[in-house]
Ligand binder design. Structure first.
Ligand SMILES: Nc1nc2c(ncn2[C@@H]2O[C@H](COP(=O)(O)OP(=O)(O)OP(=O)(O)O)[C@@H](O)[C@H]2O)c(=O)[nH]1
Ligand SMILES: C[C@H](OP(=O)(O)O)C(=O)O
Length: 192
């Protein structure tokens, strides 16, 4: 799980939340995603971040803190991938921190999609433009192409590599909390 520096996190929410609230929201969401991932039975959860407060929270939640040395999301994920392969992982699941509706059953949904040996499973965001979960088996099955239109980019990379990619449509995973509109929708669900 990649988590940005708390001072820069959730910048699209700046019009509606002050910096402390954006940091608090990020810590809350990441802690929750770590716990749900562990509940789903993932053997090892690693959190890659340059932020010591994030890494401390990761440790408290039972994840392995990975101090990010590079800059940017995809390089951060490469650091996570290196950690996973060094530890003998047969598969790697990338989950962002900002999935406030995710439950253990949703994580299991993604894992189940790969149960018959499919090397790539992708869960898109609600607009089908972003990638909200990416399961790779083995961990180097695809390059990381997070950023604008990453859903299509990951599908294309799989096609180019002749790797079968499954799409896991999951309502909870499709909801990433990015904008003021997302925050309003989240609050509308009666969430804290
Ligand atoms: N370690 C690390 N994680 C990142 C980086 N950039 C984004 N992330 C994480 O990647 C996931 C998706 O991030 P985004 O939605 O692009 O960024 P965000 O900070 O949540 O929101 P914005 O600032 O509004 O883009 C979140 O878990 C982020 O914390 C980075 O440079 N390093
Ligand atoms: C990084 C990006 O996430 P978003 O910024 O769209 O939440 C993506 O899904 O590739």
């Amino acid at each position: 799980m990649p988590v940005k520096d708390l001072s820069g996190t959730k910048s699209r929410l700046a019009p509606v939340l002050d910096p402390a609230a954006r940091a608090g929201l990020t810590l809350y969401m990441m802690g929750r995603v770590v716990s749900r991932a562990r509940e789903a039975g993932l053997e090892n959860v690693g959190v890659v971040s340059p932020d010591p407060i994030v890494l401390d929270e990761a440790l408290k939640r039972g994840a392995t803190p990975l101090a990010q040395k590079s800059r940017g999301l995809n390089p951060a994920l490469e650091e996570g991938r290196l950690w996973a392969t060094k530890n003998g992982a047969s598969a790697l699941l990338v989950l962002p921190a900002d999935l406030p509706l995710i439950e253990a059953a949703d994580v299991r949904d993604v894992l189940a999609e790969a149960a018959d040996g499919s090397p790539v499973v992708i869960s898109p965001d609600g607009a089908r433009s972003g990638t909200n979960a990416l399961l790779l088996r083995p961990p180097d099955a695809l390059p990381f192409l997070f950023g604008p239109d990453s859903f299509e980019a990951h599908l294309k990379a799989a096609r180019d590599l002749d790797a079968e990619a499954r799409v896991c449509e999951n309502q909870h995973i499709s909801f990433d909390l990015d904008t003021a509109g997302d925050l309003a929708a989240y609050r509308g669900e009666g969430r804290p």
